[in-house]
Design a protein around this ligand. Structure first.
Ligand code: HEM
Ligand code: FES
Length: 344
């Protein structure tokens, strides 16, 4: 959490994921170059390397983009989310290798700086067939660089979570730029349908999963009840609906609230983790603390504050239990405000 920064938490699970990722990249590049040299015996090694690293980075970007919605739909896949940052930084390095080989192959032999050459060597912006597709790749690479460079929690804390989140949402802009880079570039001359079909299928999967996960989120956000006219509290669920040490996520006045049941009582806190907006209500109470399912930040259920020495705080909600029903005050308390849990 924000108390100290360690470079990387190399636990056993992370090492395993990184090992699988590195092996996957090596196998992909080896197969691509091996099969490519058999199918296209005239292709140079440079061309095969450019294509292998480019398609590898694009495949990795697709995986990165579908991890979010997949985890919303299948919580069992949450460990993938936990390791997504390493995948992102590695994808940037693979994209950088592609860009480096392309700059060397196409722009390094003239008088101009290769980066300037990418921008000025083709200016036919009014031609679809000869569109300067390489600056689009460069723009995407700059975004991926910004994201990789700020991926550490140090930057998350210093930029603040909302700014960091907005910056990292640029991944969708980078995705659009890379799709345009490929469609306006290599696909124009490509005779084999493999790249075009793989790209189309990838876009359908990314878009489809985002739409399905988004629909499910909207269903949770639909408030099911209105506030009681006397108390102003909202009847959100029955105590029996909540599993021990787990939460039910409800929407009250447009805000997601996680109602936790533990040790014969219930408490309600905001569902939004201070780290990266993870869904606290999908976490569990471990060692007396609500534990975020994404990266393990912890909060006390009655105060919404992280246990010392950590300093994160989320808003809490007043609540009562009447005849086995949980009633929540829709007005949140300031983050970290202690609220007596309601006894069941
Ligand atoms: C300075 C930045 C970049 C430059 C100069 C560049 C240049 C190129 C060139 C010249 C090609 C055509 C290769 C060929 O004709 O065989 C290409 C294709 C491609 N690029 Fe880039 N690129 C850049 C950045 C990126 C990035 C950041 C990505 C993805 C993360 C990317 C993904 C691809 C893909 C998927 C292809 C198609 C691969 C194929 O030929 O099958 N590029 N790029
Ligand atoms: S979002 Fe990272 S710990 Fe909650």
């Amino acid at each position: 959490m924000s108390h100290t920064y360690t470079s990387i938490g190399w636990n056993r699970q992370k090492k395993l994921y990184d090992g699988v990722m590195a092996a996957g990249i090596i196998v992909y590049l080896g197969l691509f170059i091996g099969i490519g040299s058999l199918v296209h015996p005239n292709a140079t090694l440079e061309t095969l390397l450019i294509r292998a690293f480019g398609t590898c980075a694009l495949l990795m970007l697709h995986i990165i983009l579908i991890i979010g919605p997949l985890c919303r739909l299948f919580p069992r896949l949450l460990p993938l989310l936990y390791n997504r940052r390493h995948l992102g930084v590695t994808m940037f390095l693979v994209g950088l290798a592609h860009s480096g080989f392309a700059l060397f192959q196409f722009h390094a032999l003239g008088d101009l700086n290769p980066l300037v050459s990418v921008l000025v060597s083709n200016t036919r912006y009014n031609s679809l067939a000869n569109f300067p597709f390489q600056p689009l790749g460069l723009a995407a690479l700059l975004i991926l660089f910004l994201m990789a460079a700020t991926s550490h929690d140090f930057w998350l804390a210093n930029l603040t979570a909302p700014v960091w989140k907005r910056l990292h949402m640029l991944v969708y802009v980078a995705y659009g730029l890379i799709i345009a880079h490929v469609v306006l570039g290599v696909l124009q001359a490509e005779t084999s349908p493999i790249l075009a079909s793989a790209l189309g299928a990838g876009m359908i999967v990314v878009l489809g999963l985002h739409l399905i996960a988004g629909n499910r989120e909207r269903a949770v956000d639909r408030p099911k009840t209105t506030a009681d006219s006397k108390t102003g509290f909202v009847d959100v669920c029955s105590v029996d609906e909540i599993r021990e040490n787990c939460a039910k996520v409800v929407t009250v006045s447009g805000e997601r609230v996680a109602v936790f049941k533990y040790d014969g009582k219930v408490s309600a806190i905001s569902n939004v983790c201070q780290h990266q907006n993870g869904p606290l209500g999908e976490g569990k109470i471990i060692d007396g603390c609500v534990t975020c399912p994404w990266h393990g930040y912890q909060y006390l259920p009655d105060s919404g504050a992280s246990p010392p020495p950590f300093a994160e705080k989320v808003p809490t909600f007043n609540l009562i239990v009447v005849n086995g029903r949980v009633l929540v005050d829709p007005t949140p308390n300031a983050p970290g405000t202690k609220v007596s849990p309601a006894s069941i």
